[in-house]
Write a protein that binds this ligand. Structure first.
Ligand code: ZN
Length: 271
């Protein structure tokens, strides 16, 4: 299987693959692994669960992670840098000179200029966002659920890229990956209150159905944060759709009643 084969289970950003051949990146899907615990009822097997969830066999998850790393970087030996995600607005920088973390830090974003490693966040409905500075060769990945979004994980993360590495926002490229869409993400009124307190554009993120249900468009919220941080609109790509609508293709925490696998969104500086 070639890396950009249409049968590859990893979603890539075609523009990036063309323009930045050195930029490792991808959003995983359910396909291509060795897990069977989540799709068993539907007769599915060979799933790519990348989270050490209570239901799955850790050895299978480990094999799935090695496959992901190999598909994206070309080698199973490439270190995969992960977080202990806590739905915060905090990102951490992995510096070139420091050793790899022994324990995953508690945070929801990683930025680095270190070549040869893959930075990862895990999601199953939350919004993954990848960012790269092709000039300075700095990369970042963010996990944005509603809590992280309200805490401006993406906006703060890009400010951090500027502060730590001197990145110019207008030179950044960004990609928003598969996550729950405004079509499915029913939320309570308290979320609208919280978003309205934080964002001038909060109104456009919410939609009320005829039945009076309220829906939140988290991907648009994160696109707005990219724009507010200074990323150019024409440099923001969207990969994949709504995880709950497309539960055949993606793990969805809501779609599978909280019992589901995890996908990973990875980025790194290759050769
Ligand atoms: Zn949907």
């Amino acid at each position: 299987m070639t890396r950009n084969d249409s049968t590859s289970p990893i979603l890539r950003v075609p523009e990036w693959t063309q323009r930045f051949p050195w930029l490792w990146h991808g959003f995983s899907t359910r396909a291509g692994g060795v897990s069977s615990v989540y799709g068993a009822a539907e007769g599915r097997s060979g799933e790519l669960n990348l989270g050490y969830t209570t239901e799955d066999d850790p050895e299978r998850v480990c094999e799935n992670r090695l496959r992901l790393v190999e598909w994206v970087s070309g080698s199973r030996a490439t270190p995969l840098v992960v977080l202990r995600q806590i739905h915060s607005g905090t990102s951490v920088a992995l510096r070139s000179e420091e050793p790899l973390w022994k324990e995953p830090p508690q945070a929801d974003g990683i930025l680095s200029d270190r070549p040869g490693v893959l930075l990862a966040v895990q999601t199953a409905d939350c919004i993954p966002v990848l960012v790269a500075d092709p000039e300075r060769r700095v990369v970042a990945t963010f996990h944005a659920g509603w809590r992280g979004t309200v805490q401006r994980i993406v906006e703060e993360g890009i400010a951090r890229m500027q502060a730590e590495y001197g990145c110019a926002p207008e030179q950044l490229v960004a990609a928003i990956g598969p996550g729950i869409g405004g079509c499915c993400y029913a939320v309570g009124e308290e979320l609208r209150t919280r978003f309205t307190a934080q964002f001038l554009y909060a109104d456009v993120l919410f939609r009320s159905s005829a039945e009076g249900e309220l829906f939140l468009e988290l991907r648009e919220a994160n696109r707005r944060q990219l724009l507010d941080a200074g990323v150019r609109a024409d440099q923001i790509e969207v990969a994949g759709g709504c995880t709950q609508c497309d539960a055949q293709r993606f793990f969805s925490y809501r779609g599978q009643m909280c019992r589901t696998g995890r996908m990973m969104s990875v980025i790194g500086i290759g050769n």
